[in-house]
Write a protein that binds this ligand. Structure first.
Ligand code: PEP
Ligand code: MG
Length: 883
C-alpha cells in the first residue's frame, strides 16, 4: 500500500481534492506545491494509516517505516540536509491534519530532530547559538507537552524562576548561555517528572510524535469537538511532516497568519497579524501582541509597531502575489500561515478561512460579482443556520455607555450576562437558565463547553486570531479579546480595571463589534440587515421552490417576519391571544360557566378582542395568506392551580374559590397532551369554535372593506384523527361564515383545512382531503405521537438517546425522515390523490430547521412555516435544497 505522500519542489503526490485521504492541511500543502508556491518540502501520512492504527491495536502497516525513511531522504535531498546528521541536520515539524479543521486535536511539534548534538550543528551552521538553543528549548517544551504529557507550566515556572534570579523581564533579555542553561534545566525536569531522559534519537522522536498525533484523534477534547460538529470518528487524521523553516532567526525572520479578506467584516483586503523573530504558534497563542500585516491596518489600529508591509517589503510583496493567486485558485477567502526565514517567505498552510456570517455574506456576494463564482455557488456557501448571527440584537446606539475597557473586536454582536471565570461554572449556570459572559485570561480547547454555554466571551490576552476569537466567530457569539487593561484574578473571582473591581455574578455587556466591555446590562435593538444580505436572499428567492411562511400570533411577530421575507402566516395559534393578561379573566369565566348560555355570555366578551387581533394581523399581512388555527390547548391550562392563585383569581372574578378549585380538578388530566384538546374542544363546545369563526370572518370582512384588498384567509382545525371530526367542525365554521356574510352583505373567499399531526390522520389523508382544502403538518405533535415520546418530558432521556447513538439528532429539532417523514409522505400522497390542488405545508418547529426544510422540498410541499427569526434561514435552506 501507499502510506506516504510527498510534496515540495514544485510537485506533489497529492492535490486538494484528496482531502479525505490527506486531511485538509496535507491536501492543500500538496496543492500549493503543485502550484509552484514556496512550500517547505515534506510528506503526509494519510488518514488511512490512522484507520489502520485503530483497527490493529495501535500498530502501523508494515511498509510504513520504510516509506517514511525514504520520504525523509527525499526531503533531505531537496533541502541539502540529513535527518539526525551531526553536521547538517534536517529538522522537521509534525502536525496533525484531519479532513475538517479540528482545533481540539494535537498541537504542533516544531524543531523535531534537535538533540544535544544536532543543536550544536544548528548553532554552527546558522552562526547563531542563541537561536539554536531557543529552538531546542521550544522543541523540548512542545514535545514534552504533546508526546510525553508533561504540561507547559512546568517549563514556564523554570523560565520565570530563571528570569527572576537574573533580574530579566523579557524573553529577549536572555542570551545564548542563558538558553543553554535552561535547556539543561528543562531536560532535568523531564527526567524528574516522567522518570526517563528526554529522547535524543531523532527517529525515536519522530515516531513518538507520529504516535501522539494518531492517539490525539481519540483524546477527550477531540471527541467533544467532533460531537459538537458532527464529525464522524471514522474519518481519522493525517500527519504532516515538513522541513522546518525558521521565523526565529533574528530580525529578518517572522511568522504570521493572514486572511485574504477580513474574516470579521468580509472587506476585500489582506488582513492578518505577524511577529518578528518568532516561531509557529506564538501568534495564535497570543503571548506577544502581534503586529499588523498591512500599513492600512496599522494606521487603522493606531499601532506604533511596524507593519509587515513596512518592515519586510519584499516578503510582503511575495505574500501579496501568493494570496491573490490562492484566492483565485480556490475561489474563496483563504486563511494562510506563513514564515519568513531570513527574508524569504514560505507558505505553511492555506485553507478556506472561518468567517462571521456577515463576512460570509459579503464575501459570497463580492466573489459572485467579481465573477470568481456564480450565484448558485454564492447561495451554497452560506450556512443557513449562521444567518442567526445577523438577526440578533446590538446595543442601542443612544444608550449611555459605561465603558470599562476596550479590547479587540474579535467576534461581532453584543451580549449581557453575569461574569463567570471558569468554563465549568458557565456550563453549570447556563443549565440553570442563567445568562453568562465567560471571562478568561485566554481560552484553550478545554473551554469549548464554557464558550458554548456563554452569551459572549471576554479575554484579556490574545489577538484576532487567538483561540477565543476564532472559536467565538465560528460559534457566532460576541467576543472581545486581548483586553489587556483588565486584570483577572481567578482565585478571588474578580476582574479589575484601574480602580474598579467586578466580581463573579456582576452583570457586564460586551460589544464584540467594536471591542468594548461595559458595566451593567445594555438596551439592545433589532439588527439592520445589510445590502449583502438582501442581495443574497434575493438570489436565494429566485431559485427556491418552497414558500416560506411564519408562525406568528402577534402583530410584532408578523411585522418582524414580513421584514425577514415571510410570504404569509402558516400558523396563528389563537390560544396565545387567550392567554393575554387582561383577557384571561374572561377566558376563565367562559371555562367556569355552568351552562351553554353562561358560556356564550363570556364568549361574547371575548369576541371583539379576538376580532381586533385578527384585523391587525390581516392588515399587516396585506393579502398574503393567513392561516388561523382554532383553539388547541386543554382548557385546564387557563386555570390557576396553586391554592393561593385560586384564591386570588376567585377574588378578582367574584367567584367562589371552592368552585374554581373543583373545576380545575375536574379538568385536570393524566395526560393532557393526549387529552381534551385540539378539535376535541370544538366538538364538545361548538360555541367556542363558533365565536372564533365569527371573530375571524367579521375581521376579514372589516379588513376587506377598509383596505379594498382581499384577505388570504385560511381557517385551520387542529389535531384531527378522523374525517368525521373535521367535517363536524368545518360545518360549524361554514355556517358561521354564511351567517356573517348574510348579516354584512359582504362576499369573501376562504378555505377550511386541517392540521395533520396524528399518525391516523396521515394514513386517512385521502379521506380527509375529500373535505379539507389544505393540510398543514404539525410535526411537533406528529413526532410526539409517532414515537410515543411526550414533547414536554423528552428532555430527561433524549440526551442519553443521542449519546447512545439511538438518535443522531433530536427528532423534535430535525425531522425523523424514516418514520415521521414517511408518515408525512404518505399523508401528502394520499391527500393529493384525492384532491390534486391540495395545498400542503408544515408548521411544526421543523419548518425552520435546514435539514427538515430540505426534506420538505424533496417531498414536494408547498411551504414551510417557522418562527420569525428563522424565516431567512428557511428561505436560504429552501434555495440550497433546490440547487
Ligand atoms: C405541531 O404540533 O407541530 C404544531 C405546530 O402545533 P403545536 O405546536 O401548537 O401543538
Ligand atoms: Mg400541534
Amino acid at each position: 500500500g501507499k502510506w506516504v505522500y510527498t510534496f515540495g519542489d514544485g510537485k506533489a503526490d497529492g492535490k486538494s481534492s484528496m482531502r479525505d485521504l490527506l486531511g485538509g492541511k496535507g491536501a492543500n500543502l500538496a496543492e500549493m506545491a503543485n502550484l509552484g508556491l514556496p512550500v517547505p518540502p515534506g510528506f503526509t501520512i494519510p488518514t488511512s494509516v490512522c484507520t489502520y492504527f485503530y483497527a490493529n491495536g495501535k500498530t502501523y502497516p508494515k511498509e510504513l517505516q520504510a516509506q517514511v525513511e525514504r520520504a525523509l531522504d527525499h526531503v533531505g535531498k531537496l533541502t541539502g540536509k540529513s535527518f539526525g546528521d551531526g553536521e547538517n541536520p534536517l529538522l522537521v515539524s509534525v502536525r496533525s491534519g484531519a479532513r475538517a479543521s479540528m482545533p481540539g486535536m494535537m498541537d504542533t511539534v516544531l524543531n523535531l530532530g534537535l538533540n544535544d548534538e544536532t543543536v550544536e550543528a544548528l548553532a554552527l551552521k546558522s552562526g547563531d547559538r542563541r537561536f539554536a538553543y531557543d529552538s531546542y528549548r521550544r522543541f523540548i517544551t512542545m514535545y514534552s507537552d504533546v508526546v510525553l504529557g508533561l504540561e507547559h507550566h512546568h517549563f514556564e515556572e523554570i523560565l520565570d524562576g530563571y528570569k527572576d534570579s537574573k533580574g530579566y523581564t523579557l524573553d529577549t533579555d536572555l542570551d545564548a548561555d542563558d538558553w543553554v542553561a535552561l535547556v539543561g534545566q528543562y531536560k532535568e525536569a523531564v527526567a524528574r517528572e516522567i522518570g526517563q531522559d528526554f529522547p535524543q534519537d531523532p527517529h525515536a522522536q519522530l515516531w513518538g510524535a507520529i504516535g501522539a498525533v494518531f492517539s490525539s484523534w481519540m483524546n477527550a477534547r477531540a471527541v467533544t469537538y467532533r460531537r459538537l460538529h458532527d464529525i464522524p470518528e471514522s474519518w481519522g487524521t493525517a500527519v504532516n511532516i515538513q522541513a522546518m523553516v525558521f521565523g526565529n532567526m533574528g530580525e529578518t525572520s517572522a511568522t504570521g497568519v493572514a486572511f485574504t479578506r477580513n474574516p470579521s467584516t468580509g472587506e476585500s483586503r489582506l488582513y492578518g497579524e505577524f511577529l518578528i523573530n518568532a516561531q509557529g504558534e506564538d501568534v495564535v497563542a497570543g503571548i506577544r501582541t502581534p503586529q499588523d500585516i498591512t500599513e492600512h491596518a496599522r494606521l487603522e489600529s493606531g499601532s506604533d509597531k511596524a507593519s509587515m508591509e513596512a518592515a519586510m517589503p519584499e516578503a510582503f510583496q511575495e505574500l501579496t502575489r501568493i494570496y491573490t493567486l490562492l484566492e483565485k485558485h480556490y475561489r474563496d477567502m483563504q486563511d494562510m500561515e506563513f514564515t519568513v526565514e531570513q527574508g524569504k517567505l514560505w507558505m505553511l498552510q492555506t485553507r478556506g478561512g472561518k468567517r462571521t456570517a456577515k463576512a460570509a455574506l459579503r464575501i459570497a456576494v463580492e466573489l459572485a460579482n467579481e465573477g470568481l463564482i456564480n450565484k448558485q455557488d454564492a447561495i451554497s456557501r452560506i450556512e443557513p443556520g449562521s444567518l442567526d448571527q445577523l438577526l440578533h440584537p446590538t446595543i442601542d446606539p443612544h444608550a449611555k455607555r459605561d465603558v470599562i475597557a476596550t479590547g479587540l473586536p474579535a467576534s461581532p454582536g453584543a451580549a449581557s450576562g453575569e461574569i463567570v471565570f471558569s468554563s465549568d461554572e458557565a456550563a453549570k449556570l447556563q443549565a440553570d437558565g442563567r445568562k453568562v459572559i465567560l471571562v478568561r485570561i485566554e481560552t484553550s480547547p478545554e473551554d469549548i463547553h464554557g464558550m458554548h454555554a456563554s452569551e459572549g466571551i471576554l479575554t484579556t490576552r490574545g489577538g484576532m486570531t487567538s483561540h477565543a476569537a476564532v472559536v467565538a466567530r465560528g460559534m457566532g457569539k460576541p467576543c472581545v479579546s486581548g483586553c489587556g487593561s483588565i486584570r483577572v484574578d481567578y482565585g478571588r473571582g474578580t476582574m479589575t480595571v484601574g480602580s474598579r473591581t467586578f466580581k463573579t455574578g456582576d452583570i457586564i455587556t460586551i460589544d464584540g463589534s467594536i471591542g468594548q466591555v461595559l458595566a451593567g446590562r445594555m438596551p439592545m435593538i433589532e439588527p439592520e440587515l445589510s445590502g449583502d444580505f438582501t442581495t443574497l436572499m434575493g438570489w436565494a428567492d429566485q431559485v427556491r421552490k418552497l414558500k416560506v411562511r411564519v408562525n406568528a400570533d402577534t402583530p410584532v411577530d408578523a411585522r418582524t417576519a414580513i421584514k425577514f421575507g415571510a410570504e404569509g402566516i402558516g400558523l396563528c395559534r389563537t390560544e396565545h391571544m387567550f392567554f393575554e393578561e387582561t383577557r384571561i379573566r374572561t377566558v376563565r369565566e367562559m371555562i367556569l360557566a355552568e351552562d351553554e348560555q353562561a358560556r356564550r355570555a363570556a364568549l361574547a366578551k371575548l369576541l371583539p378582542m379576538q376580532r381586533a387581533d385578527f384585523v391587525e394581523l390581516f392588515e399587516i399581512m396585506e393579502g398574503l395568506p393567513v392561516t388561523i388555527r382554532l383553539l388547541d390547548p386543554p382548557l385546564h391550562e387557563f386555570l390557576p392551580h396553586s391554592h393561593a392563585e385560586i384564591e386570588e383569581v376567585a377574588r378578582a372574578m367574584n367567584a367562589d374559590p371552592r368552585r374554581l378549585a373543583d373545576r380545575a380538578r375536574d379538568l385536570s388530566e393524566f395526560n393532557p397532551m393526549l387529552g381534551f384538546r385540539g378539535c376535541r374542544l370544538a366538538i364538545a363546545y361548538p360555541e367556542i369554535a363558533e365565536m372564533q369563526a365569527r371573530a375571524i370572518f367579521e375581521a376579514a370582512v372589516e379588513t376587506e372593506k377598509r383596505t379594498g384588498k382581499a384577505v388570504g384567509l385560511e381557517v385551520m382545525v387542529p389535531l384531527i384523527a378522523t374525517r368525521a371530526e373535521f367535517d363536524l367542525v368545518k360545518a360549524r365554521i361554514d355556517a358561521t361564515a354564511h351567517a356573517v356574510l348574510r348579516e354584512t352583505g359582504a362576499k369573501l373567499t376562504y378555505q377550511v383545512g386541517t392540521m395533520i399531526e396524528l399518525p391516523r390522520a396521515c394514513l386517512m389523508a385521502g379521506d380527509v382531503a375529500e373535505t379539507a382544502e389544505f393540510f398543514s403538518f404539525g410535526t411537533n405533535d406528529l413526532t410526539q405521537t409517532t414515537f410515543g415520546i411526550s414533547r414536554d418530558d423528552a428532555a430527561s432521556f433524549l440526551g442519553t438517546y443521542i449519546e447512545k447513538g439511538i438518535f443522531a439528532v433530536d427528532p423534535f429539532v430535525s425531522v425523523d425522515r424514516d418514520g415521521v417523514g414517511e408518515l408525512v409522505k404518505i399523508g401528502v400522497e394520499r391527500g393529493r390523490k384525492t384532491r390534486p390542488t391540495l395545498k400542503v405545508g408544515i408548521c411544526g418547529e421543523h419548518g425552520g430547521d435546514p435539514a427538515s426544510v430540505a426534506f420538505c422540498h424533496e417531498i414536494g410541499l408547498d411551504y414551510v412555516s417557522c418562527s420569525p427569526y428563522r424565516v431567512p434561514i428557511a428561505r436560504l435552506a429552501a434555495a440550497q435544497a433546490a440547487l
